[in-house]
Write a protein that binds this ligand. Structure first.
Ligand code: ATP
Length: 461
């Protein structure tokens, strides 16, 4: 598959703003770096992705339950999980212009060399010895590299003292581990089983960027799947297959999604195996989702730090053990970015005209059907409103009566609306409407009484 052109991101950012998908955060105050607001169509898209994910991984499986844990967890959680000590990036500052960079990114960009396995000292020396220039001002005068914890801290202002520091969760996973006991005590779950959660995570990223690829506040959809240790390899493969199936379900082009195995020496402190699903973004192939074998690290650490027993008792053999965990994790913002990149097309039509279209799958498209009267006059408009009322009980639909019909189609193409219905003079005679397909632009005439059945088959497949 041809790579996405590098400058396509620029067009996608502009369409996302123009068409109400994604706005820069706090824009009237001059913006607030690396925060974004999801506009009316972006909010629909996000909700459709989360709902479909929940349906796929919770409702349609018998081995999964859901959870909605808090963003603020007891500070000890982050000691136990290792985030206070290990959730760091190495940063380096330019002494001349004060710009701050992630040291590994700086080295990679300047020297085309991976810094993943380097110590702080090695990074500092690599930057100095190779006379790396500041990408902002060109100076060759950097501070030493030093660690920077990515967790946002805040205060639970009981006394306003040091000990009151709390952290905004940098991943949703820990809320699942600390409720493990509650879940096995209150639900009839049997190993193997999983707990799914969708929620906000926060990371004080040093160099965010590439639109919504790396932001400081984002939604994660995560699963902790509890197993017996000796089944981890098979379960890992099963989840990898389920993650690929998800990419296909939401309509991503499968040849743009690849696997990237993390080398053993670079695994996170909790992981024994990690495979990322990476996507060919216009700015390069980068992580979309992750799958990690977290062993029994988290449950064991929370048992140790809380003094509680976090084991599972086999109902048949009464054997007690600490389950191991496979963790598939999906970022919502990266899903949206990949979908926008994948679906975006500037298409040359016969006659030379260009149209911009988002080829979203009907399953996730923000608007499923748009209804237009051919002209803004009665009784066409009245009939069109009647058709809209018939459909909008089931699907998110739009009614639009202003402007030339061609312009109305183009607007819906840019929103990724898969179907448009037009009410014309024939409708008044025989109760048929035209149903236009976004991708082929073909129109078929169809009886109003058959619309729901026809759209049901097209949209909900
Ligand atoms: P990266 O290496 O790109 O920083 P990561 O390996 O730290 O990502 P994980 O800790 O595995 O990411 O997080 C799980 C998922 O959450 C990622 O696969 C990604 O989809 C999403 N994610 C992580 N960080 C961000 C971010 N800053 N902005 C948007 N999404 C993110």
């Amino acid at each position: 598959m041809a790579p996405l052109p590098q400058d396509s991101l620029k067009h996608i950012v502009s369409l996302a703003k123009r068409r109400g998908f994604i706005y820069p955060g706090s824009e009237i105050y001059g913006g607030f770096a690396n925060t974004y607001s999801f506009g009316p169509y972006g909010a629909e898209l996000k909700k459709n992705i989360k709902d479909l994910w929940w349906k796929t991984f919770v409702h349609r499986r018998r081995d999964m339950v859901g959870l909605d844990g808090p963003i603020l967890l007891h500070p000890k959680v982050w000691q136990a999980s290792g985030h206070l000590d290990n959730f760091n990036d190495a940063m380096i500052d330019c002494k001349a212009c004060k710009a701050r960079f992630r040291c590994d990114h700086l080295i990679e960009a300047a020297l085309n060399q991976s810094a993943d396995a380097m110590s702080l000292q090695q990074m500092t020396e690599t930057v100095r010895n190779n006379k790396v220039k500041c990408p902002k001002c060109g100076a060759q005068d950097f501070t030493d590299a030093r660690h920077f914890n990515l967790m946002f801290s805040t205060h639970m202002s009981k006394t306003g003292q040091e000990g009151d520091t709390a952290y905004l969760r940098p991943e949703t996973a820990q809320a699942i581990f600390i409720d493990f006991k509650n879940i096995i005590d209150t639900m009839r779950v049997k190993i193997p089983f999983g707990v799914a959660q969708i929620g906000k995570a926060f990371r004080n990223e040093i160099t965010p960027g590439n639109f919504i690829f790396r932001v400081v506040e984002f939604d994660q959809m995560e699963i902790e799947y509890f197993i017996r240790a000796n089944t981890w390899e098979k379960t890992f493969e099963d989840w990898l297959a389920s993650m690929h199936a998800w990419c296909k379900l939401i309509g991503l082009k499968t040849d743009r999604v690849h696997e990237k195995e993390h080398p053993q020496e670079l695994l996170s402190h909790y992981s024994r195996r990690t495979v990322d699903l990476v996507y060919d973004f216009p700015f390069g192939t980068s992580e979309l989702y992750g799958l990690a074998y977290r062993t029994d690290f988290d449950l064991s650490r929370h048992a140790e730090f809380s003094g509680q027993l976090l084991t599972y008792t086999d109902p048949e053999t009464r054997e007690k053990f600490t389950p191991h965990v496979i963790e598939p994790t999906f970022g919502v913002e990266r899903t949206i970015l990949a979908l926008l990149c994948d679906a975006y097309e500037e298409e040359q039509l016969e006659g030379g005209e260009m149209r911009t279209v988002l080829h979203f799958s009907p399953l996730i498209a923000p608007v499923k059907v748009a209804v237009f009267p051919l002209m803004k006059k009665e009784p066409l408009a009245d009939k069109a409103r009647m058709v809209f009322d018939l459909l909008h009980e089931r699907w998110n639909c739009e009614y639009d009566e202003s402007g030339a019909i061609g312009k109305r189609y183009r607007r819906q193409d840019e929103l990724g609306t898969p179907y448009c219905i037009t009410i014309d003079f024939d409708t008044l005679e025989n109760d048929t409407v035209t149903l236009r397909d976004r991708d082929s632009m073909k129109q078929e005439r169809i009886l109003i009484s058959k619309l729901i059945e026809e759209l049901n088959a097209k949209i909900n497949n």
